[in-house]
Design a protein around this ligand. Structure first.
Ligand SMILES: NC(=O)c1ccc[n+]([C@@H]2O[C@H](COP(=O)([O-])OP(=O)(O)OC[C@H]3O[C@@H](n4cnc5c(N)ncnc54)[C@H](OP(=O)(O)O)[C@@H]3O)[C@@H](O)[C@H]2O)c1
Length: 281
């Protein structure tokens, strides 16, 4: 599979599988299906409750642990040096593994009342740096950190993040943040790369899907890849999982990429690290 190279030299697959709300009640089967479809990078978080399903599906696959890339995240209530260590050990246990490929802080603030979030982030990062030095984690990351949150870590720590995860899809590209991470050589990963289906009704996306003989979902995923952003699509059927991986097999012209970059806003999840969550219908 095509890959992205991280700033510490590690290569990871160009598309990962998202496991948030991955088919409750049949999660091991879903992950097994994703492995069958060809996914080797799995995005999870202690918050998702899917870590143990990944462990089980990997075990059942009969493939070696080294063939997989597992990314997990530290939840808001586990931030702080000591708390992070305990939470990380729990994550290792859930995943039944000696090491994790990517470990991230899930959100920069546990809640909006925490005015000391900068100190808290630095303390938390210090624990992550120790896991990295002990080779328990191969790359460190930040999730939902805007440039000024990330700058606080970068200016006050030894180890540079290798990965950052943000909501990113056509019509919501957070371009200032994208450019910031590009400049720092930190790989941006797209969560909700298909805007949870919202893109399927957009006239430009429909036009391009017809033009390239692909689906709206494939346009979104291919757009991410051509922007140098790694998408983390979630899907429930083997057909969709395979179709999403096929986004690696075609190319969108530069002009059409520019049209997507400049399309009108398409809506977003309503989740922002510095705001109360908006409920968006
Ligand atoms: N860091 C964070 O805070 C954060 C936040 C949100 C998400 N994430 C990560 O990003 C991953 C993906 O995000 P997401 O699940 O919110 O959004 P998404 O991947 O953009 O959308 C998932 C939706 O798209 C549908 N879908 C998948 N493939 C399709 C296809 N080929 N054609 C049409 N529809 C298709 C899925 O339906 P079916 O499932 O029915 O197939 C599902 O309803 C998550 O699983 C998680 O790992 C991270």
């Amino acid at each position: 599979m095509m890959s992205f190279k991280l700033n510490n030299g590690i290569e990871i697959p160009a598309i990962g599988f998202g496991t948030y709300k991955a088919a409750p009640n049949e999660s091991v089967e879903i992950i097994s299906k994703a492995i069958e479809a060809g996914y080797r990078y799995f995005d999870t978080a202690s918050y998702y409750g899917t870590e143990n399903f990944i462990a089980e599906a990997i075990k059942q696959s009969g493939l070696k642990r080294e063939e997989f890339f597992i990314a997990s995240k530290l939840w808001k209530s586990d931030m702080g040096y000591k708390e992070t260590k305990a939470a990380f050990n729990k994550t290792l246990e859930n995943l039944q593994t000696e090491y994790i490929d990517v470990f991230m802080i899930h959100w920069p603030r546990p809640d909006l009342t925490r005015t000391d979030w900068k100190e808290l982030d630095i303390e938390t990062w210090k624990a992550l740096e120790e896991f990295y030095e002990q080779k328990k984690v191969r790359a460190l990351g930040l999730s939902n950190f805007l440039p000024y949150h990330a700058d606080n870590i970068i200016k006050n720590s030894k180890i540079l993040p290798a990965v950052a995860q943000l909501e990113f899809h056509p019509g919501h590209t957070q371009t200032f943040a994208l450019n910031y991470y590009r400049e720092k050589k930190i790989l941006l990963q797209a969560w909700s790369p298909m805007a949870r289906g919202r893109v399927a009704d957009d006239e430009l996306i429909i036009e391009l899907a017809e033009k390239y003989h692909v689906t709206a979902a494939q346009i979104c995923l291919r757009f991410c890849i051509q922007e140098g952003v790694m998408p983390l699509p979630k899907a429930s059927s083997l057909e969709r999982m395979q179709a999403n991986l096929a986004a690696l097999d075609f190319e969108i012209s530069e002009e059409d990429i520019s049209r997507i970059e400049n399309m009108p806003p398409l809506g977003w999840s309503g989740e922002h690290p510095d705001r109360v969550r908006k409920i968006i219908k």
